[in-house]
Design a protein around this ligand. Structure first.
Ligand SMILES: [Mn+2]
Length: 319
């Protein structure tokens, strides 16, 4: 593992940098990408900001989001590739072959991070990669302007559920106070991130709730969404965001699970928990994530996947 100082020193020697994050980007990925991208531009770098799956609609209000190149990499050779918020190379799979021969810097806060970079900085106590980006900007001595501050606020606010998850620390609030001092207005950002829903997202929620089942002991709740559900509601990937919490937030439920049939027929499984370490469950099936939020994929039918996963979760709950 390297220090942020070493990483900052190396970045200062780079002329062309690709800044990117994991597929199916969340607010932390997009916010950190913009903040680091703009900061490196201010240092005179030629920066390419890139998102494999594009920029979800609700982050497009961020100034700088229009600079993010989507889906197809414009070039494959850079002085360095800065990968943010990404636990392993599988979450970069669509571009991994194209970028893997570059010098890779891996900055992340997932405890399951595989240290796939040439330089790695992983702090699983950080609530968001945005906190690490903030610290790196200080190392790089890039002043915090409003645009960078707003991106970092979106990053940190997203991963802490607006400062209410248990990953929120005094450091989180210290950073947030500096972002507010730079002009960020939480009252304008929070509704955009957490309250506003597309019609498709609400119709999808309706389908998910219709599929909701709870185990006899009340400790597991799960929902199932098929490709037909996605098509009938015209929902996009981003409309799934936060949906799983309806299963987790039921009184007495230890683990909430969402089964999603993917376009290629595989089943994507998301886990959210109150106390159970669900990163352990996801790891068993080649996935990963955080203690209370993780995911994995299975190549089987929905019925088989449900059976296999519910058995594994039941085992973990009974300890
Ligand atoms: Mn994150």
């Amino acid at each position: 593992m390297n220090s942020l100082q070493e990483i900052a020193e190396f970045l200062q020697t780079c002329h062309s940098v690709l800044v990117t994050a994991h597929l199916s980007p969340d607010g932390d990925s997009i916010g950190s990408t913009i903040a680091m991208g703009l900061a490196l531009e201010r240092l005179g770098c030629k920066v390419t900001m890139f998102s494999i799956d594009g920029v979800p609609e609700r982050f497009r209000f961020l100034s700088g989001s229009e600079k993010i190149v989507e889906h197809t990499l414009p070039e494959t050779v850079y002085d360095c590739v800065l990968v943010l918020d990404c636990a392993d190379h599988f979450r970069l799979l669509p571009i991994w072959e194209q970028i893997k021969d570059n010098r890779i810097i891996n900055i992340d806060h997932h405890s399951t991070n595989e240290l796939f970079g040439d330089l790695n900085y992983v702090d699983h106590k950080a609530a968001a990669t945005g906190e690490l980006a903030f610290a790196l900007l200080e190392e790089l001595k890039v002043p915090l302007d409003f645009t960078i501050a707003e991106s970092l606020y979106v990053a940190i606010s997203s991963d802490t559920g607006s400062f209410k998850f248990e990953n929120t620390t005094t450091q989180t609030h210290i950073i947030a106070s500096k972002l507010l001092a730079a002009g960020v207005n939480p009252g304008l950002i929070t509704p955009k991130l957490f309250d506003l829903r597309s019609t498709a997202a609400l119709m999808l929620l309706k389908k998910a709730l219709c599929s909701l089942k709870i185990s006899a002991d009340g400790k597991m709740a799960w929902m199932v969404l098929t490709q037909a559900d996605m098509q009938e509601t015209a929902a996009k990937e981003e409309d799934l965001d936060g949906l799983i919490n309806y299963a987790k937030n039921i009184e007495g439920v230890e683990v909430g699970i969402l089964f999603r049939e993917q376009k290629d027929g595989t089943i994507r499984i998301g886990f959210r928990s109150q106390n159970i370490d669900v990163s352990k469950i996801a790891s068993k099936f080649g996935g990963g994530g955080h203690l209370r939020a993780s995911g994995c994929s299975l190549s089987s039918s929905l019925e088989e996947a449900t059976e296999i996963i519910l058995t594994a979760v039941r085992e973990e709950i009974s300890g």
